[in-house]
Design a protein around this ligand. Sequence first.
Ligand code: ADP
Ligand code: MG
Length: 234
Amino acid sequence: MSEHVSEALFELRGVSQSYIKRVAAFLDTVDFTLHRGDTCAIVGASGSGKSTLLNILGLLERPVAGRVGFAGQDVMTASADALARWRNRQMGFIFQAFNLLPRLSALDNVGLPLLYRHQSRSVARELALQKLDEVGLADRAGHFPADLSGGQRQRVAIARALVGQPSLILADEPTGNLDQACANDILELLLDLNRQQQVTLVMVTHDTGLAARFARRVEVVDGHLRECGEHVAA
Ligand code: ADP
Ligand code: MG
């Protein structure tokens, strides 16, 4: 890693990923640096490798080649335990399909990550209610996912991503199942978190209108990253 590694949240150098040997890599010797407090949209055609890039940033998969630094730590040699701890303590994940547990209330869905951290049930419920309030859903705390609209479900998922006070949110097409008005609301909510709480935000989207709201836009094309914004890749 370079001497600047501690300043960057993520530093990817020469990262390649492929799932089948001898088939061209779909991420091909990619360099990417992301700083704390950034907002970055990842765009690109279907199958171009957007989710793969996000999974590498989320420490969910390791590339077949290259170096990955997270907060000054070497991801490639870190233990599975360390990766799990960094994910749990520092990252919040949001998915297109919301991924809420259907048998748990909104409140209990949001509190679940805290139970994994061995917090008491009462503390989990208290903090979960605060987060539901922040996303405008305190009055839906007892509702089950099936009784909520798509936009409301995604707000619950955002509250769940936030309950552990992550410094970073990774979102994979979080508005893909929502109509345009809901998509805009969700985006505003995420951008507010960045502005008010300096949460770093990385979001995969193929909505160019939404992507335009981010400080950085990175397009995955033919295995390479193309920076398309006023900021230039470090
Ligand atoms: P995107 O999110 O841009 O649609 P992905 O990152 O999901 O693209 O996928 C990139 C490429 O990797 C695609 O060709 C996809 O078929 C392939 N791929 C993704 N995950 C796997 C996997 N677990 N095993 C094999 N191939 C995969
Ligand atoms: Mg994808």
